[in-house]
Design a protein around this ligand. Structure first.
Ligand code: MN
Length: 128
């Protein structure tokens, strides 16, 4: 079972926490701290799921999601926005930009892995 995840997150603490939880769940984790690097890594080696912080330096998560979706090789890869924004409009923006869904900060450790796993399985099914 392929469980390669790419995390695009600029905050050290969040990145550490996400990495720890995902590795505990059997995921192989790669990470980038800005959108340009994340896009480059995703294009070079297509992950099974992408966790995307929305508040990033230079290019925000919406722009990153649009760039990722512009690559046909990444069309079926689940992109999960990780956002502290509580407003429904920002969730809609993430979906419009190409994200499949979102997980809110602060991360709930009790539900986080099962949420990621649900998205990963949906993507694996879509790819066939
Ligand atoms: Mn951030």
């Amino acid at each position: 079972m392929r469980k390669n995840v790419l995390i695009i997150e600029d905050n050290d603490q969040n990145l550490y926490l996400l990495t720890f939880m995902l590795e505990s769940g059997g995921y192989k984790v790669r990470s980038a701290r800005d959108g340009a690097n994340g896009i480059d890594m995703a294009f070079r080696d297509v992950p099974d799921v992408i966790l995307l912080d929305i508040q990033l330096p230079l290019m925000d998560g919406y722009g990153v999601a649009r760039r990722l979706r512009s690559n046909p090789a990444l069309a079926e890869v689940p992109i999960i926005a990780v956002t502290s924004y509580a407003m429904a409009g920002d969730r809609e923006k993430a979906i419009e930009a190409g994200c499949d869904g979102y997980i809110e900060k602060p991360i709930n450790p009790d539900t986080f892995l099962s949420q990621v796993e649900a998205y990963r399985q949906a993507g694996a099914t879509a790819k066939g």
